[in-house]
Design a protein around this ligand. Structure first.
Ligand SMILES: [Zn+2]
Length: 157
């Protein structure tokens, strides 16, 4: 069943929470991080619960399992107890209003336009999908994030 969800007072999405929950349940543990032992992914496995509460609440409202991002990438090496990284999740649904986070830019590249959720942490919603698990139902949305997350494991190197 579809629900309309207002995200951060900016995007309006129609999401199928039950279908999203079921799609995540079918993914392996840690989703796109499955089997990856880089420090970035290892840190995320310990720190996902420390994502900003406002962002976690968006994920949970849509039925997304925060332990299973489709993708995670580092922007900078960790500094002190923070790491600047980005990534994304998927949800079953459609973007009804609010600007799509991926806008066509120059040289056939997309420009990523995110909005601040809390100091140092941004998110966006796009209908342009990457790394969508093969089992994921259509239509799908992509929930992008970019920002500081706690670095809770010992640094390596
Ligand atoms: Zn990894």
């Amino acid at each position: 069943m579809r629900h309309r969800v207002n995200v951060q007072g900016y995007w309006l999405v129609s999401v199928d929470r039950d279908a999203t929950t079921a799609a995540y349940a079918a993914l392996p543990a840690w989703g796109g991080l499955f089997g990856c032992d880089t420090p970035l992914c290892e840190n995320f496995r310990h720190a996902y619960g420390l994502l900003p509460p406002a962002f976690l609440s968006v994920l949970i409202t849509m039925g997304v399992d925060p332990t299973k991002p489709a993708e995670l990438y580092d922007v900078e090496p960790p500094q002190g107890d923070l790491c600047l990284c980005g990534g994304w999740y998927h949800a079953v649904g459609e973007l009804l209003s609010g600007r799509d986070a991926l806008q066509p830019g120059q040289l056939n590249r997309y420009e990523v336009i995110l909005r601040e959720v809390t100091a140092g942490f941004r998110m966006g919603i796009t209908a342009r999908l990457a790394a969508l698990p093969g089992s994921f139902p259509a239509p799908a949305l992509q929930i992008e994030f970019w920002g500081q997350i706690p670095w809770v494991i010992a640094s390596i190197g």
